[in-house]
Design a binder for this molecule. Structure first.
Ligand code: GLA
Length: 359
């Protein structure tokens, strides 16, 4: 059997933190770091998986797929979900290699899911509409791995477009791409403190958002306005959680206009506002992420910075003047080490193509 391959990028969330499972809006981008999968069909009904950087081989039977509490739960979950949905998936072997830093909040999980799904469409020669593929991957993460994530990561990994941001409306389930200015770059800095969504905080935040929507009497926080929220009676903690989501949706709507006008400074200010809301309202930041945002924000040529993705560790993203990106990267790494004693790692990222554009 011949080998085939796939590549699925990680993503960076630009604005719209935790809005996806509240039927809201998000701006993100696929990046030029990701996961490559290479594999081929097996005739014995076995699934045999390896990953560079992780010792050992994971084996399972395609007829008998159960979670193993391992990195392989993502590919195994995707296989099960595709099979249960009636796609002609059988035994296969695959090896994965990654350029994405794990635990940085850049969606190595979604890249693993999407690279598996695209690999399986190529090994077993079937097609799925991209949005359906994204939903099946999310289903694998929700039901097999047990994280109640929204659709942002999988959509970003699939729908990315070189030099474009992605605008996702999670209620309408529509995706659009918006050209990104050429003279600005994205500097992603990993705090070195791992982010793991399986930690439970993520699902807890989700429940608090749903509670707020229930108290407000709306189907989802997408439907709430700041004024309505301010006037409502609810536990202060729940209100702050909701304020983050409502504010993030408003910031995304404003940012889309700024992006279309090429107003990078205004876009950057919204990113910094977003981080302040993470600190004060959603409490999904950490001391390390705050230090990075503060240090980045003090550098000439930085328009704004915020945590990216789920939070509780991971990375920040800064919108920077492309001509100064190397100087900024060095200054942020050095300042972070001095302030916290931790080693941060800066990645100068390009906005890249999604998985289906990679042959
Ligand atoms: C994680 C989840 C996404 C989204 C972000 C926060 O990346 O997987 O679905 O909720 O956090 O915006």
């Amino acid at each position: 059997m011949p080998f085939v391959s796939s590549f699925a990028p990680g993503r960076v969330e630009l604005l719209g933190n935790h809005t996806d499972y509240n039927q809201g809006v998000v701006l993100s981008a696929a990046i030029d770091l990701g996961i490559t999968a290479r594999g081929r069909r097996r005739e014995d009904g076995r699934i045999v998986l390896t990953s560079d950087g992780i010792a050992g081989v994971v084996e399972a039977g395609v007829a008998d797929l159960a979670a193993k509490d391992s990195w392989a739960d993502y590919p195994l979950g995707v296989t099960k979900v595709l099979k249960d949905a009636g796609y002609p998936v059988g035994g296969f072997e695959a090896e994965f290699s990654s350029t994405l830093p794990p635990g940085a909040g850049l969606s190595s999980s979604a890249a693993l899911e999407v690279s598996t799904a695209v690999l399986l469409t190529r090994i077993f020669d079937f097609a799925i509409a991209p949005l359906d593929l994204a939903k099946l991957c999310r289903k694998a993460e929700n039901e097999f791995v047990g994280v109640s994530c929204g659709l942002l990561d999988q959509v970003s990994s699939l729908f990315g477009k070189k030099d474009h941001a992605i605008y996702l409306d999670c209620r309408a389930e529509t995706v659009a791409t918006i050209p990104f200015p050429h003279d600005v770059g994205l500097l992603i800095v990993h705090s070195g403190v791992k982010h793991a969504l399986t930690g439970g905080e993520y699902n807890e935040r989700r429940d608090q958002c749903f509670e707020a929507a229930k108290i407000l009497g709306v189907p989802a926080l997408r439907d709430a306005t700041s004024a309505q929220l301010a006037a409502a009676a609810m536990p202060p903690l729940v209100k702050r959680r909701a304020a983050h989501i409502v504010g993030e949706n408003e910031r995304v709507f404003a940012a889309v206009d700024f992006l279309k006008q090429g107003d990078v400074a205004a876009f950057g200010r919204l990113m910094s506002d977003s981080h302040r809301s993470s600190i004060g309202n959603f409490e999904n930041s950490t001391g390390e992420l705050d230090a990075l945002v503060e240090i980045a924000g003090g550098q000439p040529g930085v328009y704004g910075a915020r945590l990216t993705g789920g939070g509780f560790g991971g990375a920040i993203v800064a919108l920077v003047d492309l001509a100064a990106i190397d100087t900024i990267a060095q200054a942020v790494e050095a300042g972070y080490l001095q302030k916290t004693g931790n080693k941060g790692t800066a990645y100068r990222c390009l906005l890249g193509d999604g998985a289906l554009m990679h042959g």
